[in-house]
Design a protein around this ligand. Sequence first.
Ligand SMILES: *Cc1c(COP(=O)(O)O)cnc(C)c1O
Length: 356
Amino acid sequence: MLNIRIEKNTAPKAKPTGKLGFGKIFTDHMFLMNYSTEKGWHDARIVPYGDISLDPSAMVFHYAQELFEGMKAYRTAEGKIQLFRPDKNIERMNNTCDRLCVPQINPDDALQAIKALVAVEKDWVPTEDGTSLYIRPFIIATDPMLGVHPSHTYLFIIILSPVGAYYEAGLKPVKIYVEREYVRCVKGGTGLAKAGGNYAASLKGQEKAEKMGYAQVLWLDGIERKYIDEVGAMNVFFVIDGKVITPDLTDGNILPGVTRRSCIEVLKHLGIPVEERKLSIDEVIEAHKNGKLNEVFGTGTAAVISPVGELFDDGNKMIINNNEIGPVAQKLYDTLTGIQWGKIEDPFGWTVSVED
Ligand SMILES: *Cc1c(COP(=O)(O)O)cnc(C)c1O
């Protein structure tokens, strides 16, 4: 059990009224906890949201020893606030810590911190349909020195942001650019870690896709440039000839998404066959040519399901399912969002109340 000191914000902000968007508004408080080699993780506190002060030589600024998580708190019709599989985010955060030589956090303490902060900010969990409170835990290396080695001191921070409905006008399929020049990560690298550095490496490809009128990039593996990794910052699923296929995690170059795992489990629960295996871009092109590429969609906490209506590869424009959301994507979307907002029964025990 953490002993969390709470310092209330004496000048709380007015709650937002208009459109929330994503990650632009922050709540009145934040959670902080320090790490040192001597004391371990210590000094857990909830304090007014605001600037933090760091030495300019702090290691995070130079060698990107930083990691983060992304999850949400949902308000049900009865007004209850619940989390979705927070244990999976915390487990992944600790796996990322391991990959980046950052000391892990006791999973019970991490959950307690998240729940405590959300409970303090409960009035910030929006009520309109499809809205939620986005939770961003992150850890930064704070040693003030330029030698390249793991830091001895860290700061664990949690901030919260009320976010709007991802889809305001139904699930609109996106156009995706197949990236054959830049890669996001390679086998043996940090692709499996939720690290800020991976995002820095992905910006160039993303910018190129956007300039060409595409929403996101389809990333291919960094070694053979042949197998599909992810789509933008989402995991990716294909329905080929009635079979659901998603890239497997064995090479460590794919982020193990909580939404990805949940989709696989829902599909299995529904008796829909799903394969986790290597899938080449050539197999996708071939399937499209033969009229067997039924659906493509991305999965992630922000959008839950993001249908792909077009894949553009080297002059080859592939339209998928008539540029409409397909039945598998729709079923997964309805099931996951139904559980998250408490609209349908949760047969998996995935939701966790913030109050207990
Ligand atoms: C966070 C993330 C995902 C999605 O993970 P979820 O747990 O489903 O939100 C997928 N790919 C990358 C690169 C990510 O950072």
